[in-house]
Design a protein around this ligand. Structure first.
Ligand SMILES: [Zn+2]
Ligand SMILES: [Zn+2]
Length: 366
């Protein structure tokens, strides 16, 4: 199959012919019909997350089940599926504690670039290529654990399904699970990218009264307001935290959702949150960076800072919820879809993301 392989950070992605091996026990081979290009892919490809190479990135995807391994009962050949980039085992300490995004088995697999048994199904056996978050969807096909497959209806287009596989569920869950936004609340979303627009949309759905989108790119204003923001602040003009406070009776917001992965934006998110409020950190920071907050005021602030990954809840449940809201017309996801391009143009999509493209680029490898 054709796949976009990262062998050296300085070379970027190169399209290669890659062997994909048959799925093992409880694994599924899926033909990728749509895969979004997410900031996490970009960070990995640019070498910011210290990932081990060679690697096939891509984690926001949907496709068609083409082959199943022994013992698979969750899906059948011909099923249309969204792929989860954090498939959980169901049996470890965290799965038993109802925190599937913290699954130990998944964490071990993701850290080693393999699947459940920590080995790869990609490339020749003597020179395997690493999987990325148990997905690796910048390719014509993927092999994934069956728990990573979530069946979808005929009426859900693949491009929408792909978006729901990461950006939508991550932004939605940060609002409803981790921030637990209530009607009348004030919310700031820092970074109006793929995840940020969905956090804004979920804040509106949750009944937040003041919803402030912030971005260093003034061109994001229109998409922020269209996605649910009641206000937009251009961070590049300075004093963003003070501007947020001015909009919230001088106190700051109840919830700040940080989606950029920049440590300075994380500090700013803390500053613009009111005493007793919640800072939700969604953005993935570069390896080796640290989050700085003024320690002296922290105890008295009663603020909570929480990390949020994949929406922080139960991804499969949240993906189904989001798709129901889409089908009933309450989450207008189609307007998030930007250009749809073939796999060989993947590096263009990465450049557009760096330049601040307003909509999600979708790669259709088949
Ligand atoms: Zn993502
Ligand atoms: Zn587990």
């Amino acid at each position: 199959m054709k796949a976009a392989v990262l062998r050296r950070f300085e070379d970027g992605l190169k399209i290669e012919d890659v062997d994909v091996r048959v799925p093992k026990d409880r694994e599924v081979l899926v033909r990728v019909m749509a895969t979004g290009v997410c900031s996490s892919d970009l960070s990995t490809i640019r070498g910011k997350t210290n990932s081990a190479l060679p690697l096939i990135p891509g984690h926001e995807a949907a496709g068609l089940v083409e082959k199943i391994g022994s013992g698979v009962s969750k899906v059948r050949v011909g099923d249309r599926v969204v792929l989860s980039w954090a498939p959980n085992c169901g049996h470890c300490f965290y799965c038993q504690e109802s925190h599937p995004t913290l699954c130990d088995v998944y964490a071990g697999a993701a850290a080693t670039g393999g699947l459940w048994d920590r080995t790869s199904r990609l490339g020749p056996a003597d020179h395997p290529i690493n999987h990325y978050s148990c997905v690796s969807s910048f390719a014509e096909c993927v092999v994934v654990p069956e728990t990573g497959c979530i069946r979808i209806d005929e009426e859900i287009p693949y491009d929408i399904a792909a978006l729901v596989g990461c950006a939508v569920t991550t932004g939605f869950g940060a609002i409803v699970n981790d921030a637990a936004v209530r009607p009348g609340a004030s919310v700031a979303v820092i970074g109006v990218g793929g995840v940020g627009v969905n956090a804004l949309g979920a804040a509106r759905l949750a009944g937040a009264e003041k919803i402030i989108g912030l971005d260093a790119n003034a061109a994001k204003s229109s998409i922020a307001l269209e996605s649910g923001a009641t206000h937009f602040i251009d961070v590049a003009t300075g004093d963003a935290a003070e501007k947020v406070k001015a909009l919230t009776q001088g106190r700051g917001v109840d919830h700040a959702i940080e989606c950029t992965g920049r440590p300075t934006a994380m500090t700013m998110s803390y500053e613009m949150t009111r005493p007793g409020g919640t800072v939700v950190i969604v953005g993935i920071a570069p390896a080796g960076s640290a989050l700085a907050i003024p320690a002296i005021g922290f105890p008295g602030s009663k603020k909570r800072i929480i990390g949020s990954i994949y929406g922080g809840g139960v991804p499969e449940r949240d993906i189904q919820r989001v798709l129901s809201l889409y089908k009933s017309g309450r989450l207008p996801l189609a307007r998030q879809v930007g250009q749809i391009i073939p796999l060989y143009r993947i590096n263009e999509a990465l450049s557009w993301l760096e330049e601040g493209v307003l909509k999600r680029t979708i790669v259709a490898p088949n």
